[in-house]
Design a protein around this ligand. Sequence first.
Ligand code: G3H
Length: 486
Amino acid sequence: MIKKIDGHNMYYNYVGNNWLYTNDEKMEVFSPVDGSFLGYLQKMNTKDIDFAFAQARKASKVWEYLPASERAEYLYKTASILEERAEEIAKVMMYEIAKDYKSCLSEVTRTADYIRFSADTAKTISGEGIPGDLFPGYKQDKWSIVKRVPLGVVLAISPFNYPINLSASKIAPALVMGNTVVLKPATQGAMSALHLVKAFVDAGLPEGVLNTITGKGNEIGDYVTDHIEVDFINFTGSSRVGKDIAKKVAMKPLLMELGGKDAAIVLEDADLDLAASNIVAGAYSYSGQRCTAVKRILVIESVADKLVEKLVPLVQNLKVGNPEDNATITPLIDEKSANYVMELVDEALDRGAKPIVKGKQEGNLIYPYLLDNVDVNMRLAWEEPFGPVLPIIRVKDVDEAIEFANKSEYGLQSSVFSNNIDHAFYVAKRLEVGSVQINNKTERGPDHFPFIGVKSSGIGAQGIRYSIEAMSRLKATILNTKDEYK
Ligand code: G3H
């Protein structure tokens, strides 16, 4: 997988049954932690991409017909290999995407659990036999035997922020259902993702079943997503890119997890300590670079001051700095992203937001901001910063909270904090989002729960069983018999 070029690591792609050096074009990858040079990735060209898809297509004709229980065995082996290599992979990830070491490690072990659970779940996917005579006019001589079959070649596109978990959450359910996969990871994160692929390869996965593509999204993205051999696209990334893909690939089925502007709605009867600790953990972990991060607080005016009092020390005490020291606030993925965060902060400050915790920017590192009195005329009320900044929007009552929550173009998750279950359900019922958390921060896990984005936040439902269902289809074979004995 890794060869040395001028003393530096060069990551090859896995295509067919080989780690391939496809052409001389390469990309340099630097660490967002300290700018150090991490190595090279290959820039695959259209010929290389065609080859990867051809391998996946060829393999799908064999893999599909392997007994499901045998396919599951490859996943169990992969999960064990990942666990053995957890520390090594976590270190690669930490330097590649500047996520704190503890979270990197738990991402790898969470992924091993995910893969194992996918194999377990696939073994519970059964079919059904439907008797024809249930419908008027039919006799007892006709049965529909219905089962789930794979879709063919799945294109998995994973983002930088969970390079192991959000690659595996596409690969494992796809493979175990009999699809073959071509993985295109985000460039920053691809080294970690290739370590994940190596675990599958070392588990003995047959030729062509899992293949990888690296290269710049803006150069090869369209070619990859429009490729004739792609039967299904499973994408996690920004809403902008997701919409672009959806427009271009008309008629290709999609499963997409996109952006979010998750609101934490704090009602008058909330446990404010619980709300504050959940909100801070939900908003600032991995510096807010999570689609499910809490990205705005909508608090009823009568309890807003008390909530603010509790939030401020928690935000002030967040550890800022190096991922090796398990800091919560670490450098953002690149300076462009940090500049965007500051653009939103500065605009809100100019328009009168109150910086109750005032951060600062040092290159791609942003010290946390907590801004009070953000109003609906500020960009920060609506846009997704993907950084450590949290706006507080004070609302007069619960209905205004619901109105502002739903005005967003996004619809991933929301939290409601209340000690009154009827009040919590009143709000939950009215929120236009995929999931509502009652008295908890917004988050994806546990991974077997459905994870749904509506509006600009996604298409379809993920989560182990749901991903398996999304990457398979029903096939009916109709058995016609004669009720006679000759
Ligand atoms: O960034 C998007 C991820 O799906 C968020 O997952 O809630 O486990 O952090 P998480």
